[in-house]
Design a protein around this ligand. Sequence first.
Ligand code: SF4
Length: 207
Amino acid sequence: MRIPELNNGALLPLAESFYTIQGEGYNTGKAAFFIRLGGCDVGCSWCDAKETWNPGLYPPTPIEKIVDEAVKYKAKSIVITGGEPLTYPLDKLCNLLKKESMQIFLETSGSYPLSGFFDWICLSPKKRKPPVGNIHHLASELKVIIEKEEDLFWAEENRAKAAESTLLYLQPEWSRRVEIMPLIVEYVKNNPAWSISLQTHKYMNIP
Ligand code: SF4
């Protein structure tokens, strides 16, 4: 993946930003401003943001411009997502957001070293490019996408690396949700440390 010159995070390839309701995981149902950065080389076959993979498609955007837009809305919560946002150094963006007293939530596969600072880290590990460093231990929630039965082993492998306090979610892969849901339901009934996360924004028809 060719990363554009971004002046150590003063510019970021902004794929889109929008004010909506968080659809997944612990913060489901809460209003937040989403900053979606372009660029991801993990290559999940079922990725629902494939258009973000190539960072070259997105203009390197000054972080001041991103934050100016973010502060216009009532909710003071920001979700930084992608793509894979940790492709880039996020310290400068987080600094600016914190000056505006924003709560910052990160959605990441953890496939690049952690940068920036966050009030909430959602780690969604992917087998194709597993997490690096000690992000498991720092994760507020672990959200594992379940496409087939063997993904439950991957979920447990990651759970073993997480902190005791990390919240645990299994989320059906959207295109397989009908087939895979009974398996997830039974698994959570037998392993109640896990909860089920659904992509509720897709049911609500919102971004
Ligand atoms: S890590 Fe996320 S953005 Fe990257 S390919 Fe996988 S699902 Fe898509």
